[in-house]
Ligand binder design. Structure first.
Ligand SMILES: Nc1ncnc2c1ncn2[C@@H]1O[C@H](COP(=O)(O)OP(=O)(O)OP(=O)(O)O)[C@@H](O)[C@H]1O
Ligand SMILES: [Mg+2]
Length: 482
């Protein structure tokens, strides 16, 4: 998804709260705007739609609820988190019923709100950042893209084109890493509901009991711990699209409720007596062998038949090796841009090596390999040794043993010295700093606190460095663009 800094709009009449939010979020690398009233918040959204709005309910002038309604009118795909104090939760719940992303209770738990903000920003972007289908070149690199010219992929594009503008339930099947989620987003974006919400529910990532309340919501007292009402995601996505990812792993009890939703277009909250009509389109995906799951009694046969009417089968990458060079060029262009470096290109040998691998992890694995190879790369076209190093295991077809990184680094520096560029020392140090940080983040799965520890830096220092190096390199690239 697009890697530009996420923009967050804080709407609250409390000056101090705005300020502390601004500081907190800026330190996390977000760009923050603020508004001191609902009216000002609406104007700010009209002026430039942010990635997320975090808004108080009770303000002088119009309430957060009214402001939310106006923002939703303008952009229904904008995630809004409502801040509420004890005593105003009813209003916040009302807002989630209307489609607000979530609400949080004051006083906040900071790690919790940061996690929620990250999720909400990602959710908004998965709705609004475009998936280019079958496009190539600059148009594809600028968006998320489904790349491939093979017959299987062309058939897929046609299937997306046919199914998208209907309200039919779509089942996307395929191995891990073949692009199921991308296709789900593409179907949504080309549908008649493209300007309405798209909510993703990952059925394996959420434990069974939580999954049920996440999807359907609950009434106060539905179970121990249900201290208030919660609106389910399906209700929240009314008029929109719900993507049930990994549906093959959905527990049987919840399968029954999804079947009912498909047949009757309504839901009931847990512990509730009210039947709530909803109008949602379901897109589902799985990498499981559903037929086997049906035979084993793990998947309802009636739901299976209901889901499979429109099926899209994602071809594994090994069945379309002709698409690999296209994908490699796409990933090179895309990740180089994200890293603020020129695209180094790829040598024929490296391309040959990449094209002949079986890629059990499919496009995801290929993309990760190209990304890592770029991290090792210091400017020359990607060679087989970098590709070899980037892939966790020895690659089929072999390659030279690991080269001494000192050698290639020295060669790189010599080449740069000959370039006669200005501020070369700083430039090289920034690049090296960024490389070290990127590796540390990679090693810790993106955990900034752990990465900071690994590097012997404090977390704020690490964040400041990321900002500094990232920005400097970005501005240099921009200068050289113009
Ligand atoms: N045809 C494609 N063109 C470009 N990128 C692709 C393509 N297919 C997949 N990708 C990229 O590969 C990664 C994995 O794709 P995605 O998450 O859609 O796979 P998935 O089938 O949902 O996998 P899983 O079953 O593991 O969830 C993503 O980064 C996606 O952008
Ligand atoms: Mg997926």
């Amino acid at each position: 998804m697009d890697s530009r800094t996420a923009q967050i709009l804080i709407v609250d009449d409390d000056h101090q709260l705005r300020q502390s939010f601004e500081r907190l979020l800026a330190a996390e690398g977000y760009a923050v705007r603020t508004a001191s009233s609902g009216e000002a918040g609406i104007l700010a959204v009209r002026e430039a739609v942010p990635d997320l709005v975090v808004m108080d309910v009770r303000m002088p002038g119009i309430s957060g609820l009214e402001a939310y309604a106006a923002m939703r009118e303008f952009e229904p795909r904008l995630p809004v988190i409502i801040m509420t104090a004890f005593g105003t939760t009813d209003i916040a719940i009302e807002a989630t019923k209307m489609g607000a992303y979530d609400y949080i209770l004051k006083p906040f738990d900071i790690p919790e709100i940061l996690k929620l903000i990250e999720k909400a920003v990602a959710a908004g972007r998965s709705m609004r950042s475009r998936v280019a289908v079958g496009e190539e070149g600059e148009a594809a690199v600028a968006a998320d893209a489904i790349i491939g010219r093979s017959q299987a992929m062309q058939d897929l594009y046609k299937a997306i084109g046919r199914a998208a503008p209907t309200d039919a339930t779509v089942l996307i099947r395929g191995e891990s890493g073949t692009g199921k989620e991308l296709v789900a987003r593409a179907v949504y974006q080309h549908s008649l509901r493209a300007d309405k919400p798209f909510l993703v529910i990952n059925c394996v990532a959420i434990p069974e009991t939580l999954l049920e309340s996440e999807l359907f919501g609950y009434e106060k007292g539905a179970f121990t711990g249900a201290t208030g009402r919660k609106v389910g995601k399906i209700e929240q996505a009314n008029r929109g699209t719900v993507f049930l990812d990994e549906i093959g792993d959905m527990p049987l009890s919840i399968q029954a409720k999804i079947l009912r939703l498909l047949q009757e277009q309504n839901v009931e909250r847990l512990g509730g007596r009210q039947v709530i009509p909803v109008d949602v389109r379901i897109i589902a995906a799985t990498n499981r062998d559903l037929e086997a799951a049906v035979r084993a009694g793990q998947f309802r046969e009636d739901l299976y038949y209901r889901l499979k009417v429109v099926t899209m089968a994602m071809p594994p990458l090994r069945e379309r090796p002709g698409d690999i060079p296209l994908l490699v060029r796409y990933f090179l262009a895309r990740y180089s841009r994200e890293m603020g470096q020129p695209d180094p290109g790829v040598s024929d040998e490296a391309m040959a090596l990449l094209t002949t691998q079986p890629w059990p992890g499919n496009v995801r694995e290929l993309g990760n390999t190209v990304k890592k190879a770029l991290i090792f790369n210091l400017g020359a076209p990607l060679g087989p040794d970098e590709v070899q190093k980037a892939s966790g295991e020895p690659l089929r077809g072999g390659g030279p043993a690991e080269a001494d990184p000192g050698d290639s680094l020295a060669r790189y520096v010599r080449r740069e010295l000959a370039s006669g560029r200005e501020s070369l020392f700083e430039d090289l140090m920034d690049r090296f700093g960024l490389l070290v940080i990127r590796e540390a983040l990679e090693a810790t799965g993106g955990n900034r606190s752990q990465a900071a520890r690994l590097l012997g830096l404090s977390r704020p220092t690490l964040l400041a460095k990321i900002e500094k190096y990232g920005l400097r390199i970005e501005s240099r690239v921009r200068q050289s663009d113009s």
